[in-house]
Design a binder for this molecule. Sequence first.
Ligand SMILES: Cc1ncc(COP(=O)(O)O)c(C=O)c1O
Length: 375
Amino acid sequence: MKIKPFELERFFAKYEFNTPYLLSCSDCEAFTLNKLLKMADDETKNLWHNLKLSYTESSGHPLLKQEIAKFHTSILPDEINVLVPEEGIFIAMNCILENGDHVISTFPGYQSLYEIANTIGCKVSGWEPVKQNNWFFDVEKLASLIRPETKLIVINFPHNPTGAIINHKQQLGIIELCREKNILLFSDEMYRFLEYNEKDRLPSASDLYENAISLFGLSKSFALPGLRIGWLVSKNKKLMDEIARFKDYTTICNNAPGEILAIIALRNRSNIFRRNLEIIKRNLAVLDSFFLKYSNYFSWNKSNAGSIAFPEFLGNIGIDEFCKRLIEKEGVMILPSSVYNYPGNHFRIGFGRKNMPEALERVEQYLNEKFYNEK
Ligand SMILES: Cc1ncc(COP(=O)(O)O)c(C=O)c1O
């Protein structure tokens, strides 16, 4: 299988571990192992201390699947497969799609959500938001992209990179379209539970539609990306069985320590989400003032959920050059829209980490110094 480079991941590979200030990460401030273990109850403490590092149950630890089912109104533990989030995308796309199928995906987006389909030989149409309308995803526009050979619609809300969400009526509209035309729905819900207003939180698509498959996990809302634990959920048994069989060729089963730590995290979900939202909201207030002060340089389309947004740089150099100079002169990494293959001078900013204000001060310093005027 020959697949195009994952531009965003290559950019991170180049800069993430040698740039002092990361201003575009999508995860929240990661917990230390110590802090997470302090949240353990008697049962999970016992599981942790007596953990044997053997192979684990392929679809996930039974207690972990029980905890995951609590995020849902109608999903049973048997309808869950625990895996690495990115692996979930890879496996699901490979199980669902064949050469010649048509796929519609939210765009811009996390590249694997449409690139694996491209590689399989599918035709992919991007469902793009209206930028001028605060990244509004219009369901009528989505309907107009559907073709007789459309096999799959891929959505990602809260959305990477814009932080946009849709409302429940729009979500039901998408499901109605899928049901009417017998289309599968892949719903990437990695940023769920980071809605700034709780009332904006959508039900998981897998609870609403029998041919939806939802992806969620610990990497974003839980601030535990290093555990490499996520899960796919669907009532479509045939598809979930195929996914289980495909996984025998990727990881077979999950890492044993990660599963126990995941159970601890899920049992403390409310406190973890609250802590992450506090960091995000504090940072967003700082960003609001920053973008107001520097409105000559930036157009700020505020996000509605999640830990990232996609503002536009209005300065006199291109976005790639702006990002390069910030890295070189100030040691601050932001992601240019070119890694999303999206035109214009947008960039992804991340605000789930505690040192965001410090990184922003560096940007401010850069804007106020001569570098900006350098050619
Ligand atoms: C929308 C979306 N889906 C899936 C993933 C994959 O998660 P992970 O990197 O933990 O495998 C990411 C990671 O950035 C993401 O932003």
